[in-house]
Design a binder for this molecule. Sequence first.
Ligand SMILES: [Ca+2]
Ligand SMILES: [Ca+2]
Length: 357
Amino acid sequence: MGNTAISYGGVAYGRDRARIDFVNCTIYGNRAEEGGGAIAASFGFSPLFKNSILWNNGAGQIYCVPSGNGWPSIYALYSDIEGGRDAVDLNGGNDLVERWDEILNADPRFVDPDEDDFHLRANSPCIDAGDPDSPRDPDGTRADMGAYPFHQRDIDVPTEVIVFPPTLYGQSSMRSLEVSNIGWTPLEIDSIYLEIVATIEIDSIPRLPFNLGPGESFTLDFTFHPLPVEALWNVVNIESDDPDEPIVRVGLRGEVIESVEGDSPLAPTLSLSAFPNPFNSAMTIEFDVPVSMAGKIMDMRVVDLAGRIMENLTPTSRLEAGRHLLNWDANRIPAGFYLIQLEIGGHALQRKVVLLK
Ligand SMILES: [Ca+2]
Ligand SMILES: [Ca+2]
């Protein structure tokens, strides 16, 4: 850019059947004292211009030097060339081999060419006007013309499955997801919804639609509230006006703390059993408190399958290590499935029991 040559081609001078490809080039403000504001061609030189911008160069941007040894050929496609076909100065000749496809002749709207800022403005006609078969721009859209692709509104969301920490029935856990706009123009968020109605929910959804400015982000919070009869997964869908990803989907997965069987790594340290099971009115709950958890705060409760607390069995004093037995009289609650939950020292266990009447 801004080159000046004494003769023949401010940027390049090709000859002798050479071929130069100008792909995604911005060629601006070049001058040559004699012929060829930007490119001079002779002797069968064959420049190709693709996804390029030739603007504000000397008269006759592409200058064909007379020669008796064959005429140059020019192939220009998906480029913004000031003057269009008239940019070629044939220097009186007429045997140019040429092909012009999808050529613009419109102000490329650079940000500030006087300060050498050749980025495109948001309203540049060169945006998404390059060859559709060229590699996509970093924002995922069709190739732009010129050396600096314009980064359009661009949603950025981590798409790994969100996994909640293991959670007891009747309790809940939380996870969040950050949604960002890494583009240069505002992104409109149109819709946010979950695929199924289940145990994983969005805490609050911002008022839609709304605009996310360049570089801005917002957080979606999810709550996992496990129920034994419902699915432990979900998928959040985020719809926006991102040009290449109008819907982003992120999976969510919950995990439940199930009752611990003999082969569990927790078994040697903490155990919980209940018998008889099924039972009619009263049962015995047996649990072992390991030495490492002696004297720690313990919670024990009975919840129904919706997580409602039916009975609080938390002991009034802190427990010593060893085996403990507790009799539970279930006369006050109706027949059904229940969960006995035990939490102590950061560990949790649960047993499913069936009350028959
Ligand atoms: Ca583009
Ligand atoms: Ca995108």
